[in-house]
Design a protein around this ligand. Structure first.
Ligand code: VGL
Ligand code: ZN
Length: 242
């Protein structure tokens, strides 16, 4: 090898090492300091449903404000997955399923502590439909979750028993997706659980904070950010994306 070729190789491997050290190789590239989604990236739009916006059964404050932000973000992604909270009537996560219990109380289930919610996102109802102003025609998959009547599923990957997969990880892996960018509702429940499970399952995970809104029940938002940071979930804003 000529010494000039060797120099080129050495300088290339130097920048590859830098990229690898910053955790960016093979997943995203920087364009003018921004993160650029590529063919191995997916936008995951969590639970942007009528139930979770103003007028819904479990409204998240400002929930509808994520819709235009997510619509704009969607143009930057060639892969988009949408999720829907999709409960049976009388689902075990509903306070109404437990005589004497009230919404926003807690109950110990076989799979751990469960917040008891108002009845919400019941399969086939208008309440459970995706927000009408989402313009995600290019989305490739809708994952429904929480459809087993005796167990909740905040995460789009795994039910709350910690062992029943939804199939999303297999889908993403078969499609060569390495990085997920999470948006939607609610930051501290379904977005956070999906993000931490993504890390457990070997994906890079970014939460796009301004494209989420939180329930924030008894400090749950701060706790969720802490857990996500500890698991290597990165917190970014929509303006950070190229
Ligand atoms: C959610 C509470 C109950 C969510 C779903 O989408 O964050 N929160 N079910
Ligand atoms: Zn739910």
């Amino acid at each position: 090898m000529s010494s000039s070729n060797r120099r080129v190789l050495l300088s290339l491997s130097g920048s590859a090492a830098l990229l690898a050290a910053s955790g960016l190789l093979g997943r995203t590239a920087f364009a003018a300091g921004k993160i650029k989604p590529n063919a191995t990236s997916a936008l995951v739009v969590v639970d942007v449903q009528n139930c979770f916006v103003t007028g819904g059964t479990l409204p998240v404050k400002g929930g509808e404000e994520v819709v235009p932000i997510i619509n704009t973000l969607s143009g930057k992604f060639e892969n988009i997955v949408v999720t829907q909270d999709w409960h049976t009537k009388g689902h075990t996560s509903f306070a109404s399923a437990h005589p004497g219990e009230k919404p926003f109380g807690m109950k110990k289930m076989f799979y751990g502590n469960q917040v008891l919610w108002p009845d919400h996102c019941v399969q086939g109802t208008d309440d459970a439909a995706l927000h009408k102003d989402l313009t995600l025609a290019s989305a490739q998959l809708i994952v429904r979750k929480g459809y087993h009547s005796g167990v909740d599923s905040y995460s789009a990957f795994m039910e709350a028993d910690g062992k029943t997969p939804t199939g999303l990880a297999g889908y993403l892996k078969q499609r060569g997706i390495k990085t997920v960018f999470l948006t939607g509702l609610a930051t501290d429940f379904c977005v956070a659980w999906t993000a931490t499970d993504a890390r457990k399952l070997g994906f890079e995970a970014f939460v796009i904070e301004d494209a989420t809104r939180a329930i924030d029940l008894n400090g749950s938002l701060a706790a969720a950010w802490k857990t996500m940071a500890a698991k290597g979930v990165k917190r970014i804003q929509s303006a950070d994306l190229a």
